[in-house]
Design a protein around this ligand. Structure first.
Ligand code: UDX
Ligand code: UDX
Length: 460
């Protein structure tokens, strides 16, 4: 779609949602656009307090983020609980609130719960006194913009709202770098004159540091669906390689060698072909289930089933990994202590949403194991809350069979370690932590090659 030359003056930007996406994205926009005032608001005042607090305890751990926040916060980046005032004064409003999987009603367990997006739209309609550009940053099902527009158009002040889709493609752990050097920035807008004006206004913001060839403009629906499709394609590669890891273990082929051999074909490429204990994170499972739901809604049952299989293989892989540990010890883990190394869903983040560690640990615990858990970045209370919230069995306070270590010094006798997050500090664990790990069973996801215990039963 051609970008027409229509200028719209933007001076104040607001983002609703100061989470993993809203915080880092806005911090980088503020850093790269000193001429703009960027305010991030959230209905969680504790979170806002933390964003305004010491740099070593920001609510989101991301390499490079404290430096960006430090520079921008002293100049044009503000974190605030004043949702009304920030909406009023901004010409452009990003929505970066969470869109979890629905737990009840139509589409429960699959479709996206849009209640927070709808709440944002209602706030925008209520507090706006001038025309606004409203941007979907959260991942949403295709045609959500229509729903947002309906809510906004109910405002009593005859204001005009342009809705754009500008999905985030940043990955946690590399979010700052992904924002600095994106593969592409995608902006979807309507093809009307005012739609194109709004698209241009957002293009001009990104153009402060991203070359225009990398800024792709499309219609709103293509943009919304591209986000779901990108995540589905990435996750599909992981499930494909993980499914092959099961075959490798039966046949004597090595999954790391297989990944390399496959990935060196430039048509396939090396990325996202690392076998693992299963993908986690707030996006992949949620977005694929959302895609499955959409396909079903449109009567595309075969397409829905194809994508559903990506999630099913992921569950199979988590289960298989835990089962291999159990089998290694003869069928149950009564009297065994397993060290869980890593709780975050990937390295370089403190985010544990949908982490494979949660499911693997539950299965080991249910098989009788005592667990000693350690993650370099995740707070003990987060681990406890995950166990309480996501395990299907009820855990009592002070359960002696679950111990959370704040350092990698495991006090108890450990019969085996399950490496569940690819933290750099675990990479050479047999070398660096030889006192702790020497001679034990190490069950690892093969996201990297750590000093290996060559036991045939190791899970790779
Ligand atoms: C969210 C979505 O989950 C994801 O689909 C999307 O791609 C980007 O936005 P994330 O930033 O990781 O991802 O979510 P989270 O860290 O939970 O942050 C959302 C924030 O919105 C929270 O701080 C929450 O307090 C805030 N929020 C939520 C509001 O301010 N108002 C609301 O009505 C709801
Ligand atoms: C993902 C997308 O990459 C990003 O573009 C989107 O905006 C949000 O969702 P994120 O979930 O933060 O980002 O991390 P990502 O690096 O994609 O990893 C997701 C999961 O897949 C992690 O659990 C990771 O360990 C796992 N993974 C990744 C593998 O198991 N194997 C791989 O080869 C790569």
């Amino acid at each position: 779609m051609a970008i027409k030359k229509n200028k719209m003056k933007v001076k104040n930007i607001c983002c609703i949602g100061a989470g993993y996406v809203g915080g880092p994205t806005m911090a980088v926009i503020a850093l790269k656009c000193p001429h703009l005032n960027v305010t991030v608001v959230d209905n969680n005042s504790e979170r806002i307090k933390a964003w305004n607090g010491p740099l070593d305890s920001l609510p989101v751990y991301e390499p490079g983020l404290p430096e960006v926040v430090s520079k921008a916060r002293s100049r044009n980046l503000f974190f605030s609980s004043d949702i009304k005032g920030s909406i009023e004064k901004s010409e452009m409003i990003f929505m970066a609130v969470n869109t979890p999987t629905k737990t009840e009603g139509d589409g429960a367990g699959m479709g996206a719960d849009l209640r927070y997006i709808e709440a944002c739209a209602k706030d925008i309609a209520k507090y706006s006194n001038s025309n606004k550009i409203v941007i979907e940053k959260s991942t949403v099902p295709i045609r959500t913009a229509e729903k947002i527009k309906e809510i906004l158009d109910q405002n009593e002040k005859a204001l005009n709202f342009e809705i754009l889709s500008n999905p985030e493609f940043l990955a946690e752990g590399t979010a700052v770098n992904d924002m600095f050097n994106p593969d592409r920035v995608l902006i979807g807008g309507s093809e009307t004159k005012s739609g194109q004006k709004a698209v241009n206004a957002l293009v001009e913001i990104y153009a402060n540091w991203v070359s225009k060839e990398k800024i792709l403009t499309t219609n709103v629906w293509s943009s919304e669906l591209s986000k779901l499709a990108s995540n589905a394609m990435l996750a599909q590669r992981i499930s494909s390689i993980n499914s092959l890891s099961a075959l490798c273990e039966k046949t004597g082929a090595n999954i790391d060698e297989l990944s390399k051999a496959i990935g060196m074909d430039h048509r396939i490429g090396l990325y996202f072909l690392k076998a693992s204990v299963g993908f986690g994170g707030s996006c992949f499972q949620k977005d694929i289930l959302n895609l499955v739901y959409l396909c079903k809604y449109y009567g595309l049952d075969e397409v829905a089933e194809y994508w559903h299989q990506v999630v099913k293989i992921n569950n199979y892989q988590k289960n298989r990994f835990a089962q291999k540990i159990i089998d290694h010890f003869g069928g149950d883990l009564k009297g065994k202590t397993i060290g869980i190394l890593g709780w975050a869903f990937k390295a370089n983040t403190n985010d544990t949403r949908e982490s494979a560690a949660i499911d693997v640990a539950e299965k080991l615990y249910n098989s009788g194991a005592t667990l000693e858990i350690y993650d370099p970045m995740v707070k003990p209370e987060t681990i406890i809350n995950d166990i309480k919230d996501y395990w299907s069995i009820k855990i009592y306070e002070n359960d002696k069979k679950i111990k959370i270590n704040q350092t990698p010094n495991f006090a108890e006798k450990i019969d085996g370690f399950a490496v569940l997050t690819e933290w750099e500090e675990f990479k050479n664990l047999q070398l660096d932590l030889s006192k702790v790990f020497d001679g034990r069973n190490i069950f690892e996801r093969s996201l990297y090659s750590i000093g290996k215990n060559t036991n045939d039963n190791d899970c790779k």
